[in-house]
Design a protein around this ligand. Structure first.
Ligand code: GLU
Length: 294
């Protein structure tokens, strides 16, 4: 087994790459090179409604233009649904998954009803926690709802999961939004009963990222601070599934002049636009604040 560190860049092909992606990809490549490690590329394309093959092709072109060299093969998540199904079957066998059947609108109504009574908790991304309505369904009701064709999601029984593995920490070499670093205490309860799979897509971001990092032998996860608190869920899933925990380095997000997070929709920072205007890969490094490549 190789002891070289393994880094990965894991974009979603739901738009063109912008400067924020360039920063993350170049930082991964620089750190991998400095550590004598390997750099893998993963295409996170489980969101079938938003991901497109032309965006995936554009990712390869833009990264190659930046001078980033990744080790083949590229792992495309949509090719590995069987691995995610197997993992969720494992969690189901531990009694830690339950099906829920509400539409987004129904959930919003349930949350509004809770909020009419008093404050209702929100997750670190600001979304209200699932009100847990499906936990009380009987086996007959579940069977009936499955037959009815209602939308179905498999949720993690968060309290049960935490009770099974206890308190967890992850090793943070970067920092969180409030400067958290070193051994950070995972706080998965803050996310409530997260969705791990849906009827139409038998996985989720959280589940696939954990399985892929493990199957690809990733030792170093370098990604934006927007995913810092998601690491709590990832750490919990790693413990439940018995896979090793990588070390994490969350980096600050690039902001535009107004202080807003760069988004794929902001054309002015798109790598394709900048390239068309004559920018070179060295200009991009300068724009994102990385030193020139030795
Ligand atoms: N696919 C995710 C994104 O584009 C990144 C996932 C990760 O690095 O863990 O935001």
């Amino acid at each position: 087994m190789s002891s070289r560190p393994v880094f990965r860049f894991a974009p979603s092909p739901n738009g063109h790459l912008h400067l924020g992606h360039a920063y993350s990809a170049l930082l991964n490549a620089d750190l991998a090179r400095q550590a004598g490690g390997r750099l893998l590329l993963r295409i996170e394309d489980i969101d079938v409604t938003r991901c497109r093959p032309d965006y995936e092709q554009a990712i390869y072109e833009d990264l190659a233009w930046l001078g980033i060299v990744w080790e083949p093969p590229v792992r495309r998540q949509s090719d590995h649904l069987d691995a995610y199904i197997a993992a969720s079957a494992g969690l189901a066998a531990m009694g830690l998954l339950y099906p829920s059947f509400e539409s987004r609108t129904e959930i919003a109504r349930l949350v509004a009803a809770e909020e009419a009574k008093g404050p209702w908790p929100r997750d670190p991304d600001g979304a209200p926690l699932y009100p847990g309505s499906a936990r009380s369904l009987s086996a007959d009701e579940v069977a009936e709802l499955k037959r009815s064709g209602a939308p179905m999601a498999l949720r993690l029984d968060m309290a049960g999961a935490i009770a099974r593995v206890g308190a967890l920490v992850w090793r943070e070499q970067g920092s969180g939004p409030d400067g958290e670093t070193g051994d950070v205490a995972a706080q998965p309860a803050a996310w409530g009963d997260v969705i791990l799979a849906r009827k139409e897509v038998p996985t989720s971001y959280h589940l696939s990222v954990v399985i892929d990092d493990a199957l690809q032998g990733v030792t170093d996860v370098v990604r934006g601070q927007d995913l810092f608190w998601s690491t709590s869920v990832h750490r919990l899933l790693q413990a439940l599934l018995g896979v090793p925990a990588p070390v994490y380095r969350h980096h600050a997000l690039l902001r535009d002049e107004t202080g807003a997070k760069l988004a794929k929709s902001i054309a002015s920072t798109g790598l394709r636009e900048l390239r068309k205007e004559g920018a070179t890969p060295a200009d991009i490094r300068r724009l994102v604040g990385l030193p020139p490549q030795e």
